[in-house]
Write a protein that binds this ligand. Structure first.
Ligand code: SF4
Ligand code: SF4
Length: 149
């Protein structure tokens, strides 16, 4: 894991959560960084300018690319979901039409694991969806609609 990039992303996440009114302890709990490091982040210490600039470049990527990079940077889906949710600018709704054939491709491809199978049909929980559209682009029957709300 490229630690310098992860540090930059955690720094920017701490700043974002601070803007939303979270305390240092709440930020620490949310992003899994100890409270003293959060304090350093919020006071602009202990982080290189280069790490922050790299992280900003990554956050400017498309939703699809950002999610792919988070998948490389972070070890587990819960952490990916946490950072997707911190940096998401939009919310999404999702629909699967009756033309779904239950192939399961979208389930495997969704990196935030928002899609499950139910009675041989895909079902999407939009809570963690970041609108990457990988499922839409991959569905062989064009059964998925992702809408910005
Ligand atoms: S990829 Fe399309 S057809 Fe396959 S399970 Fe998902 S929605 Fe259904
Ligand atoms: S657009 Fe599809 S693949 Fe992407 S996060 Fe949402 S449900 Fe998952």
């Amino acid at each position: 894991m490229p630690k310098h990039i992860v540090s930059g992303i955690k720094y920017l996440a701490a700043i974002e959560l601070r803007k939303k009114g979270l305390s240092q302890q709440e930020i620490s709990n949310e992003i899994g960084v100890d409270r003293s490091t959060i304090s350093h982040y919020l006071n602009g210490r202990n982080l290189s300018y280069e790490s922050i600039e790299l992280a900003k470049t990554i956050l400017d990527c498309s939703n699809k690319d950002l999610l792919a990079i988070f998948n490389v940077l972070f070890d587990d889906v819960d952490t990916i979901r946490t950072f997707v949710s911190i940096f998401s600018k939009n919310h999404y709704d999702a629909k699967v039409t009756n033309s779904c054939i239950g192939c399961g491709l979208c389930v495997d491809l969704c990196l935030v694991k928002s899609i499950d199978m139910d009675s041989l049909k895909a079902q999407i929980n939009p809570l963690y969806c970041c609108g990457c559209l990988v499922c839409v682009e991959s569905c062989p029957t064009n059964s998925i609609k992702i809408l910005e709300v």
